[in-house]
Write a protein that binds this ligand. Sequence first.
Ligand SMILES: Cc1cc2nc3c(=O)[nH]c(=O)nc-3n(C[C@H](O)[C@H](O)[C@H](O)COP(=O)(O)OP(=O)(O)OC[C@H]3O[C@@H](n4cnc5c(N)ncnc54)[C@H](O)[C@@H]3O)c2cc1C
Length: 387
Amino acid sequence: MDANNFDCIVLGAGIQGSYTAYHLAKNKKKTLLVEQFVLPHSRGSSHGHTRIIRKAYQQDYYTRMMSECYQLWAQLEKEANVEIYRNTGMLVVGKEDCSAFRSLRGTLLRNNIPMEVLSPEQFASRFPSVRLPPGESAVIDKTAGVLHADRALKAIQDLFRGLGGVIHDGEKVVDFTPGSPITMTTNSGMYHAQSLVITAGPWAKSVLARTGLQLPLQVLRINVCYWKERIPGTYGIGRHFPCFIGVKQHGAKHDIYGLPSNEYPGLMKICYHSGSETEPDERDRQTSQEDIAILSSFVSKSFPGLDPTPAVVEQCMYTVTPDSDFILDQHPSHSNIIIGAGFSGHGFKLAPVVGKILCELALGKTPSFDLSPFRITRFQPLLKSAL
Ligand SMILES: Cc1cc2nc3c(=O)[nH]c(=O)nc-3n(C[C@H](O)[C@H](O)[C@H](O)COP(=O)(O)OP(=O)(O)OC[C@H]3O[C@@H](n4cnc5c(N)ncnc54)[C@H](O)[C@@H]3O)c2cc1C
């Protein structure tokens, strides 16, 4: 068989593409994973030490997908012999009259997820270093915790290689021609495959525009802020401080989330779940500080044990859809081109199942989950191209 002929090519080696490639290789498919940057890199959405994993979602379908995700993350830990998940629990705080907060709590209750509802008194005694604003309530998702993101990405790529998978990094896809087989051209080679999975993260919109498909995706630059503990360890993972989500607190338009201090000792990560629009190759030209001002105000009101000026600011990108749901679908005109995009700042934890679904679509199998929330047709009125 020609070395440049594959059963499947996966475009983009972030967490979604890498997990998809792994599932394809497990299904004994000859698979090529192509990445424009030399691995590991910090120019997309999957880099960094940590991500939150949780079952607390507003929608039942994510909570249900998470059950299998936990099993698959545990399987990855076992196969790669590396710790990826650490259980910390997650505090969810919000106003009783906020529908997003109520739906999140409702999903936990409905799905029998291990949880706790805290009264203001219980909150004050359990978390004396956090202020609960009057009229707000708190619940704990006991299943939640921290995923070691960089470790997870490397582990899944190593396992893919171990299964005979081929990774070409530092190789940018510059063109592809739909058909059977699909022909794909990079800056250093030409390849053929029966199917192509596009998991290009923030570049998905421009990559797909080559096929005439204009998806309503917006790329946001996210400032990843770390805040200094006045007394080191106050919010530390070693002291069992949990992750948290503040649902639209203090009048913020978007949620604010945090992870216990861990990767940088004495610094706690707290970020705004939104950012300023950018082009993926222009990320570092975007210098808006609006989100940092919102975070500073939040930190001084809710986390008195932190200095309200960020000590470290790193960058990452979200690729968001209008409804914040993912796109997991076949290309509307080319059924052997599969699209995984628009992970809207919450896709890491779900990557094991996303990869499984994209693999199933690439192999023409019936997907294991109902994909109606993730179909491209939901954007029909917004799509510029004819479907
Ligand atoms: C600050 C921040 C915090 C987050 N927190 C959480 C969290 O707590 N929990 C959670 O579940 N999720 C979280 N997320 C979201 C999660 O990290 C993303 O949903 C996920 O990483 C998206 O992965 P991806 O593979 O789609 O994209 P990417 O990681 O960007 O991968 C796409 C890859 O495609 C490559 N590529 C693009 N075009 C080409 C081309 N032409 N040729 C070759 N390669 C190409 C890119 O270089 C890139 O490596 C967070 C994201 C950010 C930014």
